[in-house]
Each structure stands twice: as structure tokens, then as C-alpha cells.
Design a protein around this ligand. Sequence first.
Ligand code: OGA
Ligand code: MN
Length: 294
Amino acid sequence: MVLNSEQDRDMIEVIPTGKALGAEIRGVDLSRPLEPADVQSLLDAWTEHLVLLFRGQYISDPELISFSRIFGDLDPCPPNALGKQHSAEHMELAIVSNVIVDGEPLGSLGDCELRWHTDMSNHPVPPKASILHALEVPPEGGETEFCNMYAVTQELPQHLRAAIEGKWAHQDGGLDSAGAPHRAVEIDGVRREPPSAQHPLMRLHPDTGRPVLYLGRRPNQYIVGMDADESDALLDELWEHATQDKYVWTHEWIVGDIIVWDNRCAMHRRNAFPSAARRTLHRTQVTGEAIIAA
Ligand code: OGA
Ligand code: MN
């Protein structure tokens, strides 16, 4: 039998989680370059489901980096807690790990809970996507949860929608998602403090044109131009609405999993895990675009 290349290829399957967001993709081997048609299928599935899961991907760092580039250009990774590049070979690679080697942490974020956030909301142009590849996972804990901010926005109570119209929020750079102080970075001998930014609370998703609530992160957050107590009360109500179980999908990691999330319309958090267990993921992030107010 003669197979043409079209029939020869594995068919990509998109299997929704059945929760508010997320889909597993089957039938792709991310160690190999993808056909343009497959890239388009993945991008379409990503637009529809916001978070994609690929299982059984035992790939190298260069392969992870090549795959990540289908979503766009990659940001260089900011230095770790010791002020060093995470990976000596690949400036695009960050390491999320609680493992200590010779007294030095292998990566960042430890073993604690990470509170709900979108990545780098304290930057003027936050990444549009983040990608994690699981290399070591704990026997329990360390699950990552994602929240569908389109659904949150659609069901936003009218009084909250009215209260935030045209409003911007201060996104503080003081603490990372683990609650640890963000370190200043030295670039070419110049010390730079972690930035803070102000972003519209309602933004337009650049690919779908849909309005989406952009909460970023809660510590030290305030709504620009609003009385502090009023701002706190409103933000608490927005965060409570956004983080209801009905908007969430919880992912339990297996070694070889890759997850890609859209940082513009999904928030995420992580459960703590036992400090005696090892958890290591390699991470890339895709350069975002200027945030447009809705
Ligand atoms: C991140 C992050 C979650 C996790 O890398 O941005 O929030 O599960 N990680 O480690
Ligand atoms: Mn994060």
C-alpha cells in the first residue's frame, strides 16, 4: 500500500478537559518539527481552549525551545534568585524547581503555594504565553490550576462591570507569585529594580478581539485614582468572582507533560507540595504585545 504524506501523518486529536478550559492534544511528537497544517491546528485549539496539555513528551531543551517558537518569539529568562541565568546554555529557559544542588537552588519558586496570578503582570508588556515541561514531579501536591478569564468576564456581575469601566490597576513588582521579594537585576553594570506597571482592568484579547478582565496579581494591587478602602473592597470582590471553582481546571502533573497557557485570558496558581519531594519543570515564555484597553 502506498501512503501519501498526508495519510502517513498522525492525526491531531483535541480532547477538551470537560472543565471551564483546557484540552489535551494527542497525536503529536514535539521532538520533531511540525507540519504547517499541524501548527495551525494547535494554534486554533489554543485559541479555543486557552490551555493545551501534551503528555509523554520526553524532549530535550532545544526541542522545547523550538516547539515554543510556534507561539512567537521567546523572551530571555530573567535571572534567578542568585542573579544568575537559569540555564547556562539557553537564555530562553527558566527552571522552576525546589531542588537544591550543592547548597544552591536549581531554579525558582520553591515548594510553596503560588497564589492566583498572570505571569509578569508588573511588566509593561507581559508575555502572551508560558510553557512548562515536567521533568520531575512530586507524588502528591504541586498541581497547577488554570482559570478561564473569558468566562469570568462574561459572567461578571453588572455592578462590578460598571465599577471598573475605564479603570486601570497598579500591578506591583515588589513580590513574586511565591510571595518572595522580586530581586533587582543588574544589566551591563546598571542595577534595575523590578518594575511595576499600570494596566487596564478590561483588555482586548489581540487574537480574538474579546474583552477580558485582566487582574494580574493581588499583593499591593490598587485601582488607580480610587480611594484605598474602596479599591480594596472592589478588588476583593473581583478576585472572589474570578476564582470560583466553576472557572477552574486543575492539572495533576506526570513526567513528560507539557502545558502551554494563554497568559492574556487565563490565570494560574499552584498547590504547595512536600519539601522532601523533588519537582522540576523547564519553562519558556513567549513575548507579548502591548495591552489594549477594552
Ligand atoms: C510559572 C508558574 C506554576 C507551577 O512558572 O509561571 O506559575 O506549577 N508555575 O510551577
Ligand atoms: Mn506563573
